[in-house]
Design a protein around this ligand. Structure first.
Ligand SMILES: [Zn+2]
Length: 282
């Protein structure tokens, strides 16, 4: 699943290829990706043709393209969504769902195998679409307030990893970056927020930013073609992960085998020596 750095790479791609262009043609090849648009595919097409894209913005894993009259085209990549920039005569990709003909002569394509993602027009959403106003700022946002997030984390008895994944508290952190930041900060995922010190949480939030910046800089290196991005998957394996996906491999810090435990139908990976479980847990 694309996480924040991957979505930021997509935003940069859209900023380079779509901003300043007029959407001259829209083709909806499958209704599901536009299910959140009132009126469905035909209305989506009619509402978008002729609009100029003025910017490419992001909050957490949501992207939006402000248009020339205060509305915005909002996009979420879901599990497998991709934006590609192609020439109009390039062969259709498998799972091609939407085509946007741009005034530059290129075509923006939305490809999505599993179709948990989607796009819709948000009326008046140029500044911040109402549909995503509840999403917290992400750690890479210039307005992110680590002191306020720190206080909120320490007021809640929820486990720290569950809190990191709460998109209304702080957005953009998924399973992989949560595990990596917790490993860096030497904190077990189940430590309750109320039992963490201000310094521990401050360090953890620093690590979240560091892990994401590192991932973004690596995600950015492959961004040099017309391919706006990556679905995240190929990128993950290029990265140097210390905890995530490393069950039974030695911890890069102390050599203890990394452990995997169940977490919200997924997994958490941690070093049992560096990241001591809270009392009463193993
Ligand atoms: Zn260790």
């Amino acid at each position: 699943m694309p996480e924040l750095p991957e979505v930021e790479v997509v935003r940069l791609g859209l900023a380079a290829h779509a901003v300043g262009t007029v959407i001259e043609r829209v083709e909806v090849l499958h209704p599901r990706p536009v299910r959140r648009h009132p009126g469905g595919g035909a209305a989506f097409q009619a509402d978008l043709v002729g609009r100029r894209v003025t910017d490419a913005r992001r909050r957490g894993k949501y992207l939006w393209l402000p248009l020339d009259d205060c509305d915005a085209l909002v996009a979420h990549l879901g599990m497998s969504g991709q934006f590609l920039v192609q020439t109009p005569d390039a062969p259709a990709e498998r799972n091609l769902r939407l085509r946007f003909g741009l005034s530059t002569g290129t075509e923006l394509r939305f490809v999505d195998q599993r179709m948990f993602g989607g796009v819709w027009l948000s009326a008046g959403g140029a500044e911040l679409p109402a549909e995503i106003a509840h999403i917290g700022l992400d750690p890479m946002d210039p307005d992110f307030d680590p002191a306020a997030v720190n206080r909120r984390i320490r007021r809640s008895a929820s486990g720290i990893k569950r809190q990191l994944l709460n998109q209304t508290l702080v957005s953009g952190i998924g399973n992989i970056y949560a595990d990596e930041a917790l490993w860096q900060a030497r904190l077990h995922s189940e430590r309750p927020g109320t039992r963490l010190t201000r310094t521990e949480v401050a360090n953890l939030l620093d690590q979240v930013q560091a892990v994401m910046s590192a991932a973004l800089s690596q995600g950015g290196t492959s961004f040099d073609s017309l391919y706006v991005n990556i679905n995240g998957q190929s990128g993950y394996f290029d990265r140097s992960l210390h905890a995530y996906g490393r069950e039974a491999q030695p911890c890069d810090r102390c050599g203890t085998p990394i452990r995997r435990i169940e977490f919200m139908n997924r997994s958490s990976y941690f070093c049992p020596a560096c990241q001591r479980p809270p009392r009463g847990r193993r």
